[in-house]
Design a protein around this ligand. Structure first.
Ligand SMILES: *Cc1c(COP(=O)(O)O)cnc(C)c1O
Length: 429
């Protein structure tokens, strides 16, 4: 669920009109709903209440410092994938002692920084990395808390670019090798084995692969607890969100009206599916949600510049491009599109919505029936709160969009639009 809805003929985020935001701050602009972030976090926290648990929000999904601050205020921990993300968490008032550090390619600089900041755990993805963390910790006279990431070889049945739990993916240590890897890691002087971790992929819309993975890996977690006294089992992130009927899915009625076998995965269903396999372990259960927390908590606003009718198609050219929101080009990601002024009726026109970038892949939809909108009108690309702004680039020397955080009737610029002067400043040598 989320807090984007039509009110008085205009799309709103909570109590703020998106037309007003577009007119005040320009476009393209990302708008986030603080209360949607809070709602997602608290619902997950409640659904996990029957086990000792911690939520490690995956910072890479949306790393704006104001977003991190509001999650830190709720008590969230953070799953980071770089030293830069740890720096952001600290700036946001987050607690390093609640941070886990993922990623296959941690550098010496990052490991030293994380050790000095006292993070909760390094989630190591290869034995070579464990050996290196041991060496760096030894040089600093510190002991590094480490978990190994196991690759359970389970098919997440998601887009191939966001599937991470199969043996052919670069992530984690093969299930077949993991016990021996723990045995060798346990002998290192400057390592404390603290947990076990896995993450099988992103945007999973069925609970089945999650259950398959925990069924396979929970006995291993139990054994490792007995052998090395580990304290946690992190089951990763990956819970999928609604993209296809994003606007309607903001309302509780929409969920209630879905047929049982068609209803998208809910957080309650996810927890009900996995917890029976985890309850008896006596381990702290960590989850690392990114998209589930942030995805439907944000939209990107863009203005229609031109309409072009060709022989084959009608193109609506907008002022945002793939550099601002790359998911359609990178993962064939779908974003629902809603005009900010509420359509007067149900008539639609089949169009391609395209950006200004010199790439054929620069489109937000193709051959999609959409309510009519004209030049000058603002549209919202929905479900853009995760893997949106964080993946934006300066391609074509375009400034990064502005980011706005709405909280009730308040809206705040949490990052101003980047100017061309900002972009070139470091090159004026
Ligand atoms: C990206 C990532 C996540 C978050 O994935 P979502 O699909 O956004 O929930 C969690 N854990 C790790 C290790 C990741 O790389």
């Amino acid at each position: 669920m989320h807090s984007f809805h039509y009110h008085n003929g205009e799309l709103h985020c909570e109590d703020v009109s998106l037309q007003t935001i577009a007119d005040t701050y320009g476009t393209p602009t990302y708008v986030y709903s603080a209360n949607t972030f809070r709602d997602h976090y608290t619902r997950l926290d409640a659904a996990l209440s029957e086990v000792d648990h911690a939520i490690e929000y995956a910072v890479k999904a949306n790393s704006n410092i104001s977003v991190l601050r509001l999650l830190a205020e709720l008590g969230s921990g953070f799953d980071i994938v770089s030293g830069g993300e740890l720096y952001r968490v600290i700036k946001a008032g987050g607690d390093p002692a609640k941070c886990t550090f993922a990623g296959v390619g941690k550098t010496r600089e990052e490991i030293e920084y994380a050790l000095k900041q006292g993070i909760y755990c390094f989630n190591a993805e290869s034995e070579a990395e464990v050996v290196f963390i041991d060496k760096v910790a030894g040089e600093l006279g510190l002991v590094a808390p480490v978990a190994l990431r196991v690759n359970p070889n389970v098919d997440a049945k998601t887009h191939k670019y966001i599937s991470t739990g199969k043996s052919e993916n670069k992530f984690g240590i093969d299930f077949e090798f993991i016990r021996d890897a723990y045995g060798r890691a346990a002998k290192l002087q400057n390592i404390k084995l603290r947990g076990l971790q896995m993450h099988i992929g992103s945007q999973l819309t069925s609970v089945t692969p999650f259950i398959e993975a925990v069924e396979k890996v929970a006995p291993l977690a139990a054994d490792l607890k007995g052998l090395y006294d580990i304290e946690f089992f992190s089951i990763g992130g990956g819970v999928g969100i609604v993209y296809d009927e994003s606007l309607d899915s903001g309302k509780p009625e929409w969920w209630a009206n879905q047929l049982e076998d068609k209803r998208p995965l809910t957080i309650e269903q996810y927890c009900a599916g996995i917890l029976p396999h985890l309850k008896g372990l006596g381990l702290k259960i960590l989850v690392e949600p990114g998209r589930y927390i942030a995805g439907n908590a944000g939209v990107m606003l863009t203005r229609c510049l031109y309409e072009k009718k060709g022989t084959a198609k009608t193109f609506k050219v907008v002022d945002a491009g793939m550099n601002d929101l790359i998911r359609p080009a990178l993962y064939e990601g779908h974003h629902d599109i809603a005009p900010v002024r509420e359509p007067a009726d149900d008539t639609t026109e089949t169009v391609d919505v395209v950006g200004p970038i010199c790439e054929t892949g620069d489109f937000f939809c193709q051959n999609r029936p959409l309510p009519n909108f004209d030049e000058g009108d603002v549209i919202a690309l929905l479900s853009a709160g995760a893997y949106g702004y964080v993946m934006a680039s300066n391609y074509n020397t375009r400034g990064l969009p502005a980011e706005i955080l709405v909280d009730g009737s308040e809206s705040k610029v949490v990052r101003p639009r980047q100017t061309v002067e900002d972009i070139v400043a470091a090159e004026l040598v």
